[in-house]
Design a protein around this ligand. Structure first.
Ligand code: ATP
Ligand code: MG
Length: 439
């Protein structure tokens, strides 16, 4: 079994030596018992925050005194939080006040899910008043206490729950699940950044598809744009799934990183609005990417995405269905337009999209492999696909007498010609061409 790391043990030992209790708690204990490596380590204690600050000075920082949290040590540090119980919640988000308590059991009772409500001390003794260990073994996610009340207190717990389900492959216990649906509307009061973080964790989970399929009405509270896709029959031979199931499978088929996973979530949302049937009874979604881009823009804006991610995701949604001719010209043009990173992401998106289509069409993966091989070859032979790589620069243009906008125009024309192999990337040849055409 994984171990509590030295730096965490040292903090716990020090607290115990000073006469206090010290417990590893929450997600760290959950992950430890699952044999997974915890992302962060939380310690809980009956020592008050001021005492913790004194005990660990000068290596302690008051990072969340309001909530009783002190961070000890360098790097990411260990968060030490005093046992607390939460006061009333009036806004589905924040407890009105927090009160410190001498009781570990009370502290565990304020936590969200039974598997997150366990504590372990230095000797490996487990405090588990809510049966977290049993739920962990059964793969069940169960709210601590009365689920509706707990979600009403803090709606973010609903999305945290779905994130854990997507990460761990756990089933949501029935009453907990009903409460998630009943309280989903409260999610609209949660800060968009926090919603985005949880959705991103959910999307990047190894079991994201099942969660997307099982909880559309909960997700629809923050992403109403997905709802028309749920159960939407594509009537197309390329597809053996409805739009939402295709989407869910495409998400899970993509690399588990935010950009490709968000892209797959959004890539086909425009389908229901662009559906047409031909005389043969076959469904089409002409230009659906355009409508997907429109819906994606609204979602990314609402969830406060940074500009760079937003632009990349929108490019990928826009291009997910485009042809990639198997020619070096096409490779260079794509590199020139989007850059290597985005082009590689586009290939990942196309792979995922195809893997979520009817198996008879999975042969298309080979086309993507071939395009990738051509991309690698093109990059390796340092061919020219940007102005930086062009054998002539702006000052060459001014030296031979071009001025103003003509300089940029000439360079761009040359780049196009070089990319299309109509001219070699050779200084003399390029200068001769400009002299002939532009002077
Ligand atoms: P992760 O692996 O993502 O860090 P985690 O369970 O450790 O998951 P944290 O946000 O690090 O989640 O929180 C640590 C612990 O604090 C949780 O395990 C849980 O016991 C408690 N907790 C966190 N957020 C909430 C919340 N909104 N409501 C109740 N308890 C919470
Ligand atoms: Mg954690």
């Amino acid at each position: 079994m994984a171990q509590i790391p030295e730096e965490v043990k040292n903090v716990m030992t020090r607290l115990e030596a000073a006469g206090y209790q010290a417990w590893c708690v929450g997600g760290a204990v959950r992950d430890l018992l699952l044999g997974r490596t915890p992302g962060d380590w939380d310690v809980t204690t009956n020592a008050l925050p001021e005492t913790v600050l004194e005990l660990f000075a000068p290596r302690a920082l008051p990072t969340g005194l309001k909530h009783g949290t002190v961070t000890v040590g360098g790097g990411r540090g260990v968060e030490v939080t005093t046992f607390r119980r939460d006061g009333d919640y009036l806004d589905h988000r924040h407890p009105e006040r927090v009160e410190f308590t001498g009781s570990l059991t009370e502290d565990l009772a304020r936590r969200d899910f039974t598997v997150n409500a366990m504590a372990m001390d230095l000797r490996g003794d487990l405090a588990d008043p809510w049966g977290g260990r049993e739920d962990l073994a059964a793969g069940v996610l169960r709210a601590v206490g009365a689920p509706e009340e707990r979600f009403e207190e803090d709606a973010l717990r609903i999305l945290r729950g779905l994130r854990f389900a997507a990460r761990l492959g756990f089933a949501v216990e029935a009453e907990t699940g009903r409460a998630m649906v009943n309280r989903a509307a409260d999610l609209r009061e949660i800060a968009p950044e926090r919603v985005r973080t949880e959705l991103e964790g959910l999307l990047c989970g190894d079991h994201a598809a099942q969660v997307l399929l099982d909880w559309p009405e909960v997700l629809g509270a923050v992403l109403p744009e997905i709802l028309p896709a749920v159960g939407f029959d594509q009537r197309s031979r390329y597809h053996c799934y409805d739009v939402w199931e295709h989407t869910a499978r495409a998400v899970e088929a993509a690399p588990p990183q935010p950009i490709p996973r968000w892209t797959m979530l959004l890539h086909d949302l425009g389908k229901p609005n662009t559906f047409t049937l031909d005389e043969g009874g076959e469904g089409h979604f002409y230009g659906h990417w355009r409508e997907s881009v429109r819906l994606a823009e609204a979602i990314l804006e609402r969830l406060r995405f940074d500009n760079r991610s937003r632009r990349t995701i929108l490019t990928l949604v826009e291009r997910h269905d485009c042809e990639l001719p198997l020619t070096q010209k096409a490779v260079r043009r794509n590199l020139a337009r989007y850059g290597e990173e985005t082009v590689r992401l586009l290939l990942a998106v196309k792979r995922a999209d195809n893997l979520a289509q009817a198996p008879a069409f999975h042969g298309r993966q080979q086309g993507i492999d071939q395009w990738e091989a051509l991309l690698n070859m093109t990059l390796a032979e340092d061919s020219c696909f940007s102005l930086r790589q062009l054998a002539v620069k702006g000052n060459d243009m001014t030296e031979i007498g071009l001025r103003g906008p003509a300089v940029g125009k000439a360079l761009n024309d040359l780049l196009e010609l070089v990319m299309d192999e109509e001219l070699p990337n050779d200084r003399t040849v390029l200068l001769d061409y400009v002299k002939e055409k532009f002077l």
